[in-house]
Design a protein around this ligand. Structure first.
Ligand code: ADP
Length: 270
């Protein structure tokens, strides 16, 4: 499986996200400016690699983004995917399930949005909500959500077996950093649209969410679909780390442009 070593959670490791420094930038290639420069180059590289993926239409990539509110899921998509041809990109934000979604199994809406051959699909939240918010808010009984780790591993194995490469990124921020970002949203009228009072309730259960993330990552970081825990307090570092991981994975696919179906060597444009 193509993968990246950066912040990768080795399968079988017991993870405690609360013990990981969210402000760590020690793997950065330089200071903030140098790292931003490196990120810009990675974004270009990503666009080139995606063009080959799109031209071939033989395999696909699924990027799963998870993290607490304000962790930067949207900003990561904007910065890391900004140079990619939108025709081959598909972003899905998973919200509170609708009535028809709730009337089906929890993977129903997820499976409907996985990438087609040639596409990169990005999930802004995902099936992992069904072992995160669902667990913390007690939306289904424990014995029911506990079985989901196995379902998720099997579901992801199915996707991988059928030609999808899965990249799972947990954007890890500290509680203090979240406070600052929420305060910014309150202070700046142009950011009010991002502020939801309910997010404060989620914040009040910070510890329970950290536990839920820790167990989810521990149980679902597999050889076929490993997690990466990205320290995300510094946006410039987060963008660089996410871009590095994605470029590593795309390069690892070793893709080449498809051969033309016809011999083009004698073609003359009249
Ligand atoms: P975001 O915070 O991602 O920008 P919203 O503010 O609309 O977007 O939040 C989406 C909400 O949907 C989150 O509170 C999340 O916990 C919730 N949600 C997502 N998936 C599920 C699910 N399967 N069950 C319950 N709630 C979910």
């Amino acid at each position: 499986m193509p993968t990246s070593p950066l912040h990768r959670v080795e399968p079988g490791t017991a993870v405690d996200v609360a013990a990981i420094d969210a402000a760590d930038t020690s793997a950065a290639p330089g200071d903030k400016d140098e790292t931003e420069e490196a990120s810009a180059q990675l974004a270009e590289r990503m666009a080139e690699l995606q063009e080959v993926l799109w031209a071939r239409r033989e395999e696909s990539v699924l990027v799963v983004l998870q993290g607490m509110d304000t962790s930067g899921k949207g900003g990561t998509i904007e910065h890391v995917m900004g140079a990619v041809n939108p025709a081959g990109l598909r972003v899905t934000s998973f919200k509170v399930p609708t009535e028809p979604e709730l009337a089906h199994d929890y993977l129903w809406r997820i499976h409907a949005n996985v990438p087609a051959d040639g596409e990169i699909a990005v999930f802004d939240r995902s099936h992992y909500e069904d072992v995160l918010v669902v667990r913390v808010e007690n939306l289904v009984p424990e014995d029911r959500w506990r079985r989901r780790y196995d379902h998720i591993n099997a579901f992801e194995q199915l996707l991988v077996d059928e030609g999808t490469t899965i990249v799972k990124l947990f954007l890890h921020i500290s509680k203090d950093e979240q406070k600052e970002r929420l305060q910014d949203r309150l202070d700046e009228p142009d950011k009010h649209w991002k502020f939801r009072v309910e997010d404060l309730e989620t914040r009040s259960r910070w510890g329970a969410y950290q536990d839920a993330f820790s167990e989810a990552i521990t149980r679902t970081s597999t050889e076929h679909a490993p997690w990466h825990i990205i320290p995300a307090d510094k946006k410039w570092y987060r963008n660089w780390a996410a871009a590095t991981i994605l470029v590593d994975v795309l390069k690892g696919l070793d893709l080449t442009y498809p051969k033309p179906e016809q011999d083009l060597s004698d073609v003359v444009i009249p």
